[in-house]
Design a protein around this ligand. Structure first.
Ligand SMILES: *Cc1c(COP(=O)(O)O)cnc(C)c1O
Length: 365
């Protein structure tokens, strides 16, 4: 007689499905033996890492036998100067994903609830369910967050609201005044998480800057990452910014040494490389225009995106198109798990990568 370990697991964990990442290039290489593969599936920076990052990693290799600085002193100092905030307002995470988890573990559990939107970033349901909290999922509006519906959904046991701006996988965003209007309706004892993973790409002047709003809203936590515009996805480093009391709580649950020393050094280095960030933005604006025009020329609908990816609609289930694109060496992201089975999400790449995607898409259709 063997134990049914499923019965031992917490109920929230039993109903979880594992996160489905974009298909790695090496996996498709193994499966199809293709050499020329373009991965536009995980919203990574197509420029490759900054030279400043490579130099910083190289000069830290000799210390790999040491534990990293668990408090991330140097990176926090650099962030504090960059963002004009106190270092005690920063929590560092192994990716901003880690920060989202810390927030769930700090504020949620059985007997409390969290709110997020339909089609919002899938880490929210995972983080909420894993700690046994109740999820309140609000209907989307034009694929984006319906902030009025989210404010109206606040229940007595609601502790946290997750917002992604821009949202992944839809690319939708809300404006400064929409956000402040929403915050005015949220009681002080509900924590609002503003996930700004794509903040650096959002060029619209109406886009809110969460960090600038922290003084106004003590119940606001802003999360950002080095994985996207800063090109450090492999190293796993992100951060949360909030009032010092909230940050102190998050640091109590944070695992010691959650950011490795190469990641700390790399993140600090890339913050000084203003040219890299400017180039990341420039290449994204150009690529977005290229992909939008290409998709429109194929008469396919798409969702306007403020991020570094575009979500394209099809008349039928899109999994077949995804698979046909794989055969041509193009990896995009099916988003059926986001209840969007007729859409595919494509990350904006270098001009030649975008071109390969568009011509593959044309031949597949
Ligand atoms: C990519 C992403 C993140 C975080 O990624 P990390 O690599 O863990 O920093 C967070 N939120 C959204 C909406 C994302 O798309």
């Amino acid at each position: 007689m063997s134990c049914d370990f499923g019965q031992l697991a917490m109920e929230g964990v039993r109903i979880l499905s594992p996160y489905q990442p974009g298909k790695p290039i090496e996996e498709l290489q193994r499966e199809l033996g293709l050499d020329d593969i373009v991965k536009l599936a995980s919203n990574e920076n197509p420029l490759g890492p900054s030279q400043a990052v490579l130099d910083a990693c190289n000069s830290n290799l000799g210390n790999l036998c040491r534990y990293p600085d668990s408090n991330g002193f140097a990176l926090k100092a650099a962030l504090s100067a960059e963002l004009v905030i106190d270092t005690a307002q920063i929590v560092l995470g192994c990716g901003s994903n880690d920060v989202l988890d810390l927030i769930a573990r700090t504020f949620l559990g059985p007997g409390s609830s969290a709110i997020y939107s339909r089609h919002a970033f899938i880490v929210y349901p995972i983080a909420v369910q894993a700690v046994g909290a109740r999820a309140i999922v609000t209907a989307a509006k034009d694929w984006g967050h319906d902030l009025d519906a989210m404010a109206a959904a606040i229940a007595d046991d609601t502790r946290v609201i997750f917002l992604a701006n821009p949202n992944n996988p839809t690319g939708t965003s809300f404006t400064h005044s929409e956000f402040t209007g929403f915050m005015e309706k949220v009681p002080d004892n509900v924590v609002v998480v503003l996930d700004e993973a794509y903040f650096e790409y959002a060029t619209n002047g109406e886009h809110p800057d969460g960090i600038a709003l922290l003084k106004q809203y003590p119940n606001l936590i802003v999360t950002r990452t080095f994985s996207k515009a800063y090109g450090l996805a492999a190293l796993r480093v992100g951060y949360g910014v909030a009032n010092t009391e909230i940050i102190d709580l998050l640091n109590r649950v944070r695992a010691p040494f959650n950011i490795n020393s190469l990641a700390l050094a790399a993140a600090e280095a890339v913050l000084t490389d203003k040219q890299y960030l400017a180039e990341s933005r420039r290449i994204n604006v150009l690529g977005m225009q290229q992909v939008v025009e290409g998709v429109a020329a194929l008469q396919l609908p798409y969702i306007d995106s403020a991020g570094n990816f575009l979500t394209v609609g099809f008349e039928q289930e899109a999994l077949g198109i995804y698979q046909a694109l794989l055969q041509q060496g193009v990896i995009v992201r099916p988003i059926g798990v986001y209840e969007m089975p007729r859409h595919l999400r494509v990350s904006i790449g270098l001009p030649e990568e975008n071109e390969k995607f568009l011509s593959a898409l044309k031949s597949v259709l």
